[in-house]
Design a protein around this ligand. Structure first.
Ligand code: SF4
Length: 379
């Protein structure tokens, strides 16, 4: 089978660094686009335009060609441009004329020892003193951390290969701007740490990944792997946990629960992936003993809303209800700033339901004895 270089992409680097053979395995799966991915592409195009415009450069407004566009995307793109401008101003503190590159192709082939290894950096700020890599994330499912983020480190190696020596780069800054989760994550470390990581971690793993060698290694990174549903290694990894669970005494001790906790999210994700692929196979004709396909629960719906409204009005009733817009819809209607001006004093954010998360989660830990905490538990 022909080897696809694109499978060694920076965006999947956390996965193929942890599990090198996954790159070649993943290439066997169809690359399915999703509406989320298309929405992200539209948002990135708008961001690039807003940033070029904010930098005083000529650029074509892509809005009318975008597959997805709404008020929220407009606000996010404008906020992103303002965020980058702030970083550019900071760069001017150490460099009179920093270079600002938008949607730049960054080739890190030399750094990883594998040909045609490249990605596109949303924004790169090259300055004496510091190289900054900025990545815009439009997703709102998972909050992405910049902390030693391998995707951005690959970009940084590409940028370093092109500009080190031309600019006196000493530190590397990685910045993720994820407006829909109000997530701005920044990491900074010495240039030497990046080059050491490139030589000692990235290069050996990239070479293994390219050659389809190395050990399969399951973990949290499996969630983004195209092979996640039918990978044997991932199944073994999770079934190991299931066996451990069954071997437990009648009631679990706290230290036993502590052992299970870090594996539970991945176990649930894997179980759901197995259910999804089993359904797909069943729909394609596979019979699983003891199982059948049935129609899921469904609710009645109108076939023609206009005709329904007319029929009810003709009968002398009002078929419509008038309700206040929810906060998200109101935000889309008013825009972020006007919403804050008009309604800032009329909105509160009650504490969310308590959730148990690993220490690495960046949210502030709650005090179980606090009154707000108790109210949220009983809500
Ligand atoms: S599912 Fe996990 S273990 Fe399997 S190939 Fe993908 S990353 Fe590796």
């Amino acid at each position: 089978m022909a080897w696809k270089h694109a499978s060694l992409s920076p965006s999947a680097s956390a996965r193929w660094i942890a599990c090198p053979p996954s790159a070649r395995l993943a290439a066997q799966y169809e690359n399915k686009s999703s509406s989320y991915a298309e929405e992200g592409t539209s948002a990135h195009a708008l961001c690039a335009y807003k940033l070029e415009h904010a930098l005083g450069r000529r650029a074509r407004d892509p809005t009318e060609d975008l597959t997805f566009y709404d008020e929220e995307m407009e606000t996010c793109a404008e906020d992103y441009a303002a965020f980058v401008l702030q970083l550019v101003e900071e760069a001017k503190a150490t460099c009179r004329d920093p270079l600002v590159l938008v949607e730049e192709r960054l080739d890190y082939s030399r750094a990883c020892g594998v040909p045609d290894s490249f990605g596109t950096g949303d924004c790169v700020i090259v300055a004496d003193g510091r190289l900054t890599i900025v990545d815009f994330k439009y997703g709102k499912g998972i909050s992405v951390s910049a902390k030693r983020n391998t995707q951005l480190m690959c970009y940084a190696l590409g940028a370093l290969g092109a500009f080190d020596g031309i600019y006196a780069i000493e530190t590397i800054r990685l910045a993720i701007y994820q407006p829909r989760l109000e997530n701005v994550s920044i990491d900074e470390f010495p240039k030497d740490e990046l080059t050491k990581w490139g030589a000692e971690v990235l290069m050996p793993r990239a070479k293994q990944a390219y050659a389809g060698e190395g050990e399969f290694q399951a973990g949290d990174h499996c969630r983004f792997c195209p092979a996640k549903a039918d990978c044997r290694k991932r199944a073994e990894y999770n079934l190991e946990l299931a066996k451990y669970d069954f071997a437990m005494p009648d009631t679990l001790e706290e230290d036993e629960i502590a052992v299970l906790l870090p594996r539970i999210d991945e176990f649930i994700a894997w179980a759901n992936d197995i259910k999804a692929i089993a359904l797909q196979k069943a729909l394609d004709g596979t019979h699983f003993d003891g199982y059948k396909i049935v129609a899921g629960r469904s609710v009645r719906k109108y076939t023609d809303e206009t005709a329904v409204a007319k029929a009810v009005q003709d009968a002398g009733f009002d078929p419509y209800e008038k309700r206040l817009l929810g906060i998200t819809a109101m935000g889309k209607l008013l825009g972020k700033k006007r919403m804050e001006d008009l309604l800032g004093g009329l909105m509160i954010k009650p504490p969310g339901k308590p959730t148990l998360v690993p220490d690495s989660d960046k949210r502030r830990a709650l005090d179980p004895a606090a009154a707000d905490f108790k109210r949220a538990v009983s809500a």
